[in-house]
Design a protein around this ligand. Structure first.
Ligand code: ARG
Ligand code: ZN
Length: 463
């Protein structure tokens, strides 16, 4: 379901040719291998070219005692070029077999690239189903900024988070935010443990051997960095938000009591945000709270953001909820556009504080203006992968929105805040899409604003 396609990366294609081999007996025109990366400005190797995923069906069995994960990924995709081979991103683990449309397919591993070579070439436009079976003890990944992510072991289970790249440690896929897809996840764990994930729980059954399988359905498109799994002993709570959205919150037993009051606020806080940002984009909601010491960050995992207990407080909950509109529904086209996530989520904190704590947004803006750390680089241009979640992305991102509000006035600004997530609902968008959209609503050119606040290297002389 990607909006942006970058195909024909010849150098990368040549690399795949070396890995996967290229000529083969058989008549007809041969396609070329899909590119091994989507040439993201900050993460050139993430994602893969030549196909577009529509759905992931993940069947996972986890044994917390040994840490072993057994998985089957059924990936339904459409070829966007004639394909002789294509890549999936997968870090670690052992691949046991691959098929394409039921026929055994050759495969090859090189670093985090898994190349699949179907028996028959896939013509452009064809829908196909690739199935990969795999096993192993997942290894966490260390981000450029030093935080660890992926499939992380806990005292009695595991949690999985992956912004930007950790999801490739537990399932093969097109791990770039531009290729969103729907998901089904079937999680089998020892009896007595819970296995939670995104979306709606559709089934729970006991297997012949006594293990328990829980099935989760995510109907709306989801970027793979927003997929989550939480396995362990959890206490859960259910409610209804916004009249009809099922809410499921869960917290690991030792942090269940301490998080219960704020978990109960999930519906009410969502309702507040709907007033600002328009209709809630998903068919489920909730929150997951884990014991401290495992997760390095809270994450806006789709429908069910996840928090280490120590950061489960109201402002962070609001921040991760705001991401459901800004990041999860409207997803950045590239990682360089990350301020579209973090700037909006930070601005949502300012709005809350303005409305309910009576601290004007202007005060938040001036505080951010005064901090040197926020001037390291412009929000629309994080210089390296290590800077993706640095202060300018959050604080200067929010400052851009504040200046926009000051420039166009409250009424037009409110229209932009609601209109942006409506226009790009369940899709991808870039910084250029945002500036063009804001100008179209304002009815005028705003170059002066963008030059200084979004792209400018220099700190302006006054706020
Ligand atoms: N998006 C998360 C937030 O709500 C932060 C993710 C941080 N990831 C990282 N690799 N440092 O702000
Ligand atoms: Zn955030």
């Amino acid at each position: 379901m990607s909006q942006r396609r970058r195909t024909g990366a010849l150098a990368l294609a040549a690399l795949v040719l070396l890995v996967g081999g290229c000529t083969e007996a058989g008549g007809g025109v041969r396609g070329t291998p899909g590119a091994a990366g989507l040439r993201d400005p900050l993460f050139p190797k993430l994602g893969n070219g030549g196909y577009d995923v529509g759905h992931y069906g993940l069947t996972l069995a986890y044994d917390p005692a040994s840490g072993r994960l057994d998985g089957t990924a059924e990936i339904t995709a459409r070829a966007t070029q004639d394909l002789s081979a294509f890549n999936l991103d997968l870090a670690g683990l052992t691949v046991r077999g691959a098929t394409v449309d039921g026929a055994p397919a050759a495969y090859n591993r090189a670093g985090n690239e898994l190349t699949i070579r179907p028996r028959d070439e896939l013509p452009e436009g064809k829908e196909f189903k690739a199935t990969v079976t795999y096993t192993g003890v997942p290894e966490p990944l260390t981000d450029a900024d030093g935080s660890k992510e992926g499939w992380l072991r806990t005292a009695g289970g595991a949690v999985a988070v992956g912004e930007p790249a950790g999801s490739m440690t537990w399932f093969p896929g097109n791990h770039h935010p531009s290729d969103k897809a729907s998901y089904d996840l079937a999680l089998t764990v020892p009896a007595g443990l819970d296995a939670l994930s995104n979306g709606v729980r559709t089934a729970r059954r006991t297997e012949k051997d006594g293990r328990v399988t829980t099935v989760w359905h995510v109907p709306e498109p989801m970027a793979s960095y927003l997929a989550t799994v939480a396995i362990g002993r959890y206490e859960t709570g259910t409610a209804t938000a916004l009249g009809s959205v099922p809410v499921l919150t869960a917290a690991e037993a030792p942090v269940a009591a301490g998080s219960a009051a704020l978990r109960a606020e999930v519906p009410e806080l969502l309702a507040r945000q709907v007033k600002r940002f328009g209709p809630y984009p998903f068919s489920a909601a909730g929150a997951l709270v884990t014991e401290d010491g495992v997760l390095d960050y809270a994450l806006e995992t789709q429908t069910r953001p996840i928090f280490p207990a120590g950061s489960f407080e109201r402002t962070t909950l609001l921040h991760e909820q705001a991401h459901q509109w800004f990041g999860d529904s409207v997803t950045p086209g590239t990682w360089r556009d990350i301020w579209l996530n973090e700037g909006f989520a930070t601005y949502a904190e300012w709005l809350y504080s303005e409305e309910y704590e009576h601290v004007p947004a202007r005060t938040h803006f001036e505080r951010a203006f005064a901090q040197d750390a926020n001037w390291a680089f412009p929000p629309a241009a994080p210089p390296t992968a290590a800077n993706l979640f640095d202060p300018p992305v959050y604080q200067r991102g929010a400052m851009v929105l504040y200046k926009l509000r000051e420039t166009v006035g409250d009424r037009v600004f409110d229209e932009i805040l609601r209109g942006w997530p409506a226009k790009y609902r369940h899709a991808n968008a870039t910084t250029d899409d945002f500036t063009a959209y804001a100008e179209s609503v304002a009815g005028r050119d705003l170059d002066g604003l963008w030059d200084v606040w979004l792209y400018g290297d220099e700190k302006p002389s006054k706020p």
